[in-house]
Design a protein around this ligand. Sequence first.
Ligand code: SIN
Length: 355
Amino acid sequence: MKSLEIKKLMITIIFNLAIFTITLAQKHNIMILATGGTIAGVGQAGSTDTRYTAGKLPIDQLLNAVPDIHKLANVKGEQVAQIGSQAMNDEVWIKLVSRINELLGRKDVDGIVVTHGTDTQEETAYFLTLTVKSNKPVVLVGAMRSATALSADGPKNLYDAVAIAADPKSNGMGVLQAMNEKIYAARDVTKTNTTGLEAFGSSNFGPVGFIFNGKPDYYYSSTRKHTLRSEFSNERFTKLPKVDIVYGYANMTATAIDAFVSSGSKGIVMAGVGNGNLYPEAEEALKRAVAKGVVVVRSSRVFSGRTTIDSEVDDKALGFIASEDLNPQKARVLLQLALLKTTNRDKIQQYFFEY
Ligand code: SIN
């Protein structure tokens, strides 16, 4: 080869390398933290059978199913847990938030996607939006069909979640949850369908945005405190207090409430009827709980609306707290975090107004 040709070849190689490096540098760096769930579930390949085992496939295999994801961002995966989210617990939450805060504190990480089962995804999302100490995007995603099912929804949901996490418009939105081309605020999202693809909703507020053509578009954002404005994001903890939920119904007995109190619950969330109303025996049992120092929050088993303070129940007089529009499972998360700071009823009620 003549020296001029060698020079030309060298220039071409250097030029292409420079373009490659610039492209790499322009793309955002997104970490995927995997926890299991149906998105990583395995059943009979190509099947319509709904039987499968959640949390089987490792994150690398989930990423292999979406090769175009690497065009959106520099994506890396890490396995934090490998469980169905019905088995989600405080230990995994604490591990997850510690890792997220560590990663988002780095300059070379721009956003996080958490793959997660759908059953308790709303609780993990709310826990994270209260405890993540960063403005950078954190997006929870799952699937309703296992990774091996005919027309699995996981790959598209994962692609969309990375598109959301890699988009600067998602900064400062708090933790988001995204599936089936809709984006919800962690605080407001809830699971609304046991098996359908349209499995999430927010009865009081609706989605904050949508995914169109692989890009997020936002219309609203939650005004309630989250992430950097949340005082729980400054909290360092290794354990969370035991808080339990009791479900209200006609002809209810005090058995469950009394049992939780004697088993050492620090807080009880009552999923009351209507506007958090209480069967008389339940009200008496909750009064006994308060007298023993247990913090009682009234929420509702009703899907939409608010549980308002001092309505049919005199919360002030009885020492109860009203959950506002938090459903029982979300109220439980806020109460766990609130109890790390105080047992004062008025202060905790204030948290329920602010978060
Ligand atoms: C789970 O929550 O892990 C099982 C169900 C699902 O992911 O949809």
